[in-house]
Design a protein around this ligand. Structure first.
Ligand code: GLN
Length: 239
């Protein structure tokens, strides 16, 4: 049984981010591996250490403010899990909050976990629309962004990809997202994983490897033809 832990789905889940959990569960089941989805919300006594894959979604600034305190209690454990190579996918609001700080448009400082070496501050414009990236690891990546936060990475980490069309981390340096160990953090909603099955299978393969389950037989799925059609259609959509 593979445990997919959703971090703060009550407050952090925008533009289909929950769909990422369903995609992982289904792709595991189609390969004959059972998977359960466990939600962690503020105050819950979840055994995070038993999670195989972690997901976090986007949220309004107010949602980020609500979960900030609970997140502070779990910094050490989440930091250890990231270091240990547990696969994680963090979207938009949770991407920002795994970083050090997010300064909102009102000048309020939301303290992040400081696990990812990056800072975010709200810009004057919202960055909204379809977005496409190119990544050496995953090829073309497509999604949808909607954020005011502008994120700047330390030079010690690599972005997830280069922006082909859209704004990405900050609308200036052409980077999008961040990659660290087996963690992927990005502004791309969508849901992201239905249209980007390579990223879904990366997370699954890392989770299985850690459990000693062979991954060379992760058979490709017929449904991926549909995913590639969806990706092509999304790429051609106006921003
Ligand atoms: N509140 C954050 C911002 O606007 C995150 C938004 C989101 O998760 N879509 O930058």
């Amino acid at each position: 049984m593979i445990r997919i832990v959703q971090l703060y789905p009550r407050d952090m889940n925008l533009y289909g981010d929950w769909g990422n959990a369903r995609v992982l569960q289904k792709r595991l089941e189609w390969r004959g591996i059972d998977a359960e989805i466990v939600d962690h919300n503020p105050g819950d006594d979840t055994d995070l250490g038993s999670g195989d894959i972690f997901l976090g979604g986007g949220g309004q600034d107010a949602g980020q403010d609500k979960i900030q305190e609970d997140l502070q209690h779990h910094i050490d454990e989440l930091g250890r899990l990231v270091e240990d190579g547990v696969p994680m996918l963090l979207i938009c609001g949770m991407y920002q909050l795994l970083g050090r700080t997010f300064v909102t448009g009102e000048g309020k400082i939301i303290t992040g976990a400081g696990i990812l070496p990056l800072d975010t501050r709200a810009g004057t414009d919202r960055l909204i629309g379809n977005i496409t990236l190119e990544s050496e690891e995953f090829g073309a990546i497509v999604g949808y962004e909607n954020h005011s936060g502008q994120t700047f990475l330390d030079d010690t980490v690599q972005p997830l990809g280069k922006v082909v069309r859209g704004a990405g981390n900050n609308n200036t340096d052409g980077t999008e997202g961040v990659r660290l160990h087996n963690t992927i953090a990005t502004y791309l909603h969508g849901s992201l994983l239905p249209k980007n099955p390579k990223i879904a299978d990366f997370l699954i393969a890392k989770a299985l490897e850690r459990r000693g389950i062979p991954t060379e037989n992760l058979r490709s799925l017929e449904i991926d033809a549909l995913a590639h059609t969806a990706q092509n259609i999304a790429t051609e959509r106006p921003r």
